[in-house]
Design a protein around this ligand. Structure first.
Ligand code: ATP
Length: 435
């Protein structure tokens, strides 16, 4: 049975150009003889009056053929994913749109990707994760703006509740455990009673273990990329979910304090260095593993199938950061070049972690000192020597390991302001080499 209700005003909450485009696509769907719907997060966010520019469409009929029609009409880029009968379009103004085919899903085993078959819009909505994400708005011209809400998602939105559609939902797809926590924390909603019970039940089994590395990674990184993931991380801890990253991951009180300090550290960093691009999820992952051994961190990186670059970032966050922090806040470290040498190997994410650790230590004097060091370091880190290895050779020095030492000393001298011109640099090198 179709549960329809007209809400003309809902789509008007979209920017005018999106609204016009959706009207045109509705007409195109009429021409192609298919039913077209706006679905998923954008519908939920329209109802919540939250901005969302991810236009997810689904077609009752051949979604790939319809996407091709749209691509031809608008001259967009088109990528097809035949396995799930979905396509991604990129319009010339950068707008991205996913067009799927309404489908039914069946799970051969828990935690694996489902097999899919074309189905009605109602069946498509019934395979979704939560009632608030199982609402559709029809776009065909005669029904433009009609809302389909068979699971009473609008009621749950009003009640600020996350609810699964059926008891086997987390078993079918344990990524929904993380999604539930993500939406709960993002919107400040509550998990409905039965949903909490089902989630806790699924979390207490080994279902998550069966998720592939990339799927687990995707969920963890999405969760950590939320605007304020601290409470979500607390929820993961409460549900003992960190054991799926590694069974020996130490989620101690101290780790919690560091994680809690990350938003403050990030806010300071972004204010001071607005041009630096920080991978926020990596900072949280580092904070989370900050008291775990290198072996545990390495195993966690493997479990999450992190890319080489992500892995490098996250593995730099361990005890090394503590050593650097100790030396930095030690009274003997005063010269800018000393600070530079200590910090130069660390990524910006590790620097934010350093700051978070100091914030969590609640030692005002040391925190101010560290902030001053970070400002000096970032200001100085673009400094380069004018002389290169070739210049040293031209000055009569035989190539060898000394080059690195001398150029390093020269850089120190530049950073400390002892040499400022090329002539100063040459004089510095001559003096070193007693030329
Ligand atoms: P976000 O705002 O974080 O992007 P979203 O709801 O748009 O949230 P997507 O991951 O883009 O999330 O998914 C789009 C829609 O697809 C969801 O709203 C939901 O209806 C459905 N969906 C996504 N993942 C799942 C899943 N694991 N199980 C069932 N349905 C899902």
């Amino acid at each position: 049975m179709k549960h329809r209700m007209t809400q003309n005003d809902l789509l008007r909450r979209l920017p005018q150009e999106h609204l016009s485009l959706l009207r045109e696509l509705g007409n195109l769907a009429d021409e192609g003889g298919v039913s077209l719907y706006l679905v998923g997060g954008v519908v939920r966010d329209l109802l919540l009056k939250r901005e969302n520019w991810d236009l997810d469409l689904t077609v009752e009929g051949n979604g790939i053929a319809f996407a091709q029609l749209v691509a031809d009409r608008y001259g967009t880029g088109l990528a097809r994913f035949e396995r799930f009968a979905t396509s991604r379009l990129v319009f010339q103004d950068g707008l991205k749109m996913d067009i799927a085919t309404t489908r039914r899903e069946s799970y051969a085993q828990p935690a694996v990707l489902p097999t899919v078959q074309p189905a009605s819009i109602e069946e498509d909505l019934s395979r979704r994760d939560f009632t608030i994400n199982a609402i559709a708005i029809q776009l065909n011209s005669g029904q433009f703006g009609c809302v389909l809400d068979p699971f009473r998602g609008q009621r749950d939105l009003r009640a600020r509740t996350i609810r699964v559609l059926h008891a086997g939902s987390f078993q079918d797809d344990p990524t929904r455990i993380f999604r539930a926590i993500r939406f709960e924390q993002r919107f400040g909603f509550r998990l409905e009673r039965t949903t909490v019970r089902l989630l806790a039940q699924a979390a207490s089994t080994n279902l998550i273990q069966q998720l592939s590395g990339p799927r687990l990674q995707n969920e963890i990184l999405l969760l950590f990329a939320e605007h304020d993931p601290v409470r979500a991380i607390g929820r993961l801890g409460q549900l003992k979910l960190f054991r799926f990253l590694h069974r020996l991951l130490c989620y101690t009180k101290n780790v919690k304090r560091v994680v809690t300090a990350v938003p403050k550290a990030l806010a300071w960093w972004v204010r001071r260095f607005p041009d630096s691009v920080i991978q926020r999820p990596a900072v949280y992952l580092m904070a989370l593993s900050s008291e775990s051994s290198a072996v545990v961190v390495a195993a966690m990186i493997r479990r999450l199938a992190l890319s080489r670059e992500q892995a490098k970032n996250v593995s730099a966050g361990g005890r090394r950061v503590d050593r650097v922090l100790n030396r930095l806040t030690n009274k003997g470290t005063t010269r800018p070049s000393q600070v530079h040498r200590l910090l130069t190997e660390l990524s910006d994410e590790a620097l934010v972690l350093l700051l978070a650790k100091q914030v969590s230590a609640q030692h005002g004097v040391r925190l101010s000192l560290l902030k001053r060091h970070l400002v000096t370091y970032v200001k100085n880190r673009e400094i380069r020597t004018v002389l290169t290895g070739q210049d040293l050779q031209a000055m009569g020095l035989q190539p060898g390991p000394q080059y690195k030492i001398i150029l390093g000393q020269l850089l120190d001298a530049r950073i400390d302001g002892m040499v400022t011109t090329e002539a100063d640099e040459r004089a510095f090198v001559r003096k070193r080499l007693r030329l």
